[in-house]
Design a protein around this ligand. Structure first.
Ligand SMILES: NC(=O)c1ccc[n+]([C@@H]2O[C@H](COP(=O)([O-])OP(=O)(O)OC[C@H]3O[C@@H](n4cnc5c(N)ncnc54)[C@H](OP(=O)(O)O)[C@@H]3O)[C@@H](O)[C@H]2O)c1
Length: 276
């Protein structure tokens, strides 16, 4: 009995140490408070209306993906563009009247130069494209997450796009020794060099979404962060709906910055006013 008590005491001690350690790591990794974005969204409705009046058009890359499809829904609901074009590798089908006026451009990403026209005449471009190493292999991952994204951005710039919104990832860093973070950081930097009038990078943590396709590692992380998000706001995870809302709000707000990086917490702060 005494031995059982000792063992239980040890286990409780270890669990406490682990929990405190995880909490300290999470606090250390916290993003700075995004005060600036909270201020910029004060008159969001008026800014949205002003943007709407300008009859602008946009394209979305990755509209069939988890973030892209929620972004499309959000754009249709808030109706800030007079024309929305989806650029993707396959024709998508939608149910509902709101999807009727969409334009779709099916392109071969290996021959994007042949599809330059698809990228012409838009004001804003959104990119939620991406694959995984597990799905595409290391080379395939680089091809999609760097090469396709960069080539699309080049064509968009040449085609007259002034605002480019790119979804990358928390921890993106071109000097990282992790392929995923390195590629994300490299594509951020290469797109920046194109010199869009306005360029916004979104670096979400784990995306909280009920994904159709099964990715075991992501599933486990998502369950963990969903539970954590229920009790506190962290800079480690975010719902895809919040990413989409932040992208749309950020499109309409007036920003003095030519280039901006929105970490997970800034994305959450920017999304909030549109959630009301
Ligand atoms: N999942 C996360 O927790 C997480 C966290 C942080 C950042 N991110 C990043 O956020 C971005 C969006 O993530 P997500 O989970 O919303 O994406 P997703 O659901 O995996 O969708 C990816 C999109 O990219 C397209 N795509 C993939 N491979 C392609 C290829 N070879 N050629 C052309 N198109 C291709 C897909 O088109 P099809 O439908 O035709 O396949 C789809 O539209 C990605 O860059 C991802 O790395 C993800």
């Amino acid at each position: 009995m005494k031995e059982l008590g000792n063992t239980l005491g040890k286990v409780t001690g270890i669990i406490t140490v682990v929990v405190v350690f995880v909490a300290l790591v999470l606090i250390y990794l916290e993003d700075p408070e995004p005060v600036e974005y909270i201020r910029m969204t004060e008159d969001l409705k008026a800014q949205e209306e002003n943007f709407r009046q300008q009859n602008k058009s946009c394209f979305i890359l990755g509209a069939s993906g988890e973030t892209g499809k929620v972004l499309l829904k959000e754009l249709l609901e808030r109706n800030i563009f007079s024309k929305i074009t989806l650029i993707g590798r396959r024709q998508l089908t939608f149910e509902g009247k709101e999807y009727e006026n969409l334009v779709q451009e099916v392109v071969d990403f290996e021959k994007l130069d042949d599809h330059a026209a698809a990228f012409q005449g838009h004001d804003v471009g959104y990119c939620c494209l991406g694959t995984t190493r597990a799905k595409a292999g290391a080379d395939g991952f680089v091809r999609v997450d760097h090469d396709y994204v960069l080539k699309s951005a080049e064509l968009a710039k040449a085609g007259g796009v002034s605002q480019f919104h790119l979804q990358t990832s928390r921890g993106a860093d071109k000097t990282s020794s992790f392929l995923y973070l390195k590629v994300k950081g490299q594509v951020e930097a290469d797109v920046e060099a194109l010199g869009f009038d306005r360029y916004a990078i979104y670096r979400p943590g784990v995306l909280l979404v009920e994904r159709q396709e099964s990715r075991s590692g992501e599933w486990l992380a998502r369950k963990f962060f969903s539970a954590l998000s229920a009790v506190c706001t962290t800079s480690m995870a975010i719902r895809v709906e919040a990413v989409a809302k932040a992208m749309v709000s950020n499109t309409v707000i007036k920003s003095e910055q030519k280039m901006e990086i929105l970490e997970n917490k800034a994305i959450a702060a920017l999304a909030k006013p549109a959630e009301k």
